[in-house]
Design a protein around this ligand. Structure first.
Ligand SMILES: NC(=O)c1ccc[n+]([C@@H]2O[C@H](COP(=O)([O-])OP(=O)(O)OC[C@H]3O[C@@H](n4cnc5c(N)ncnc54)[C@H](O)[C@@H]3O)[C@@H](O)[C@H]2O)c1
Length: 287
């Protein structure tokens, strides 16, 4: 994007779990310094190993990789002092996200962008009721899994600074992401809303006895040429997570049918959580 200055300074990532370590790899792909922060030393060490592994697997990389420095949150103020961007990647809990965003707004220099990677809570929900000094620099920057998925969704809020949104979109592109601008407040950003509708309708179809999981998956894959069908994919995500996400949509929006949630709740009651415990729509112990 023309007319946007390359930011100076480091990128700070709070949380070195599944997503944080992957973000450390992405944001260090063009040199510079990434500061990875976690409460747990083991997570930081595992995160560094993971970044090395991703770098070793990368083909066609030009230029130098950036340096990754690790620390715990006790020195957050000094960690943030030269940051142009800080991304929170702590566990998915609204109260925790609100506490962290408030703390980052308090401690980070005025011009630092504060981004949240939350899957369920858009920035407009996170900042609701908070009194922030510089709320205009807080935004959602939601990325995907597995790591080769380059999509990232950038969503501001009604008081966002449009210059910072533009800067974030351009820097994401520069660092190997495929950025998408979510132009209005949206629970589920762009892709997850569409995926939620597919999950919901697949569960409704099952609850009506129209087709079996294997039939739903087979027809979906046959028509759309995707590697997995919706039931297989829900098993990978985890049926408890599927229910949490659907509950969140139902709490935030009128007209979400109850049958899909009843159906998945019944499965969970029967001890079916998906791939992680060996039983979901399919039996993974036998497979
Ligand atoms: N896992 C995914 O596939 C995925 C995909 C998209 C978005 N997300 C989002 O990313 C965020 C993180 O998810 P994850 O799967 O990486 O979680 P995770 O549980 O793997 O990692 C979270 C990390 O945060 C650390 N942490 C907790 N409190 C902290 C604090 N106060 N300061 C610093 N570190 C702290 C934990 O020690 C842990 O290492 C969530 O909001 C989630 O919705 C995850």
């Amino acid at each position: 994007m023309e007319g946007i200055q390359k930011p100076q300074g480091s990128v700070v990532i709070l949380g070195a779990g599944t997503q944080g370590r992957r973000l450390a790899y992405m944001w260090s792909s063009r040199g510079g310094i990434v500061r990875l922060v976690d409460l747990q030393e083991q997570q930081l060490q595992d995160g560094l190993k993971y970044v090395d592994q991703l770098r070793a697997e990368t083909k066609d990389h030009d230029g130098d990789w950036g340096k990754i420095e690790t620390s715990d949150p006790s020195s957050l103020e000094s960690t943030l002092k030269d940051a142009w961007l800080v991304v929170e990647c702590v566990p998915e809990n609204l109260k925790l996200k609100q506490k962290i965003v408030t703390q980052l707004d308090e401690l980070a220099p005025e011009g630092t962008i504060i981004a949240s990677n939350s899957s369920s809570y858009g920035v407009f929900e996170i900042i609701e009721g908070l009194s922030l000094k510089h709320g205009e620099r807080v935004m959602s920057a939601h990325c995907y899994w597995p790591p080769e998925t380059s999509a990232i969704e950038i969503m501001g809020h009604k008081d966002s600074d449009p210059k910072l949104i533009k800067l974030m979109l351009s820097q994401c592109k520069e660092h190997g992401f495929s950025p998408f601008h979510v132009k209005k407040d949206s629970i589920g950003y762009i892709y997850n809303r569409i995926w939620a509708a597919i999950k919901r309708e697949a569960l409704l179809t099952l609850s009506e006895g129209v087709a079996t999981p294997s039939e739903i998956d087979a027809i979906f894959k046959d028509v759309l040429k995707t590697p997995k069908g919706p039931c297989e994919q829900m098993d990978v995500v985890g049926l408890d997570v599927v229910l949490d996400i659907e509950n969140h949509y139902a709490e935030s929006r009128a007209g979400i049918p109850t049958e899909p949630r009843d159906y998945v709740r019944e499965m969970i009651r029967d001890g079916k959580l998906g791939v992680k415990n060996g039983a979901g729509f399919y039996d993974y112990e036998q497979k």
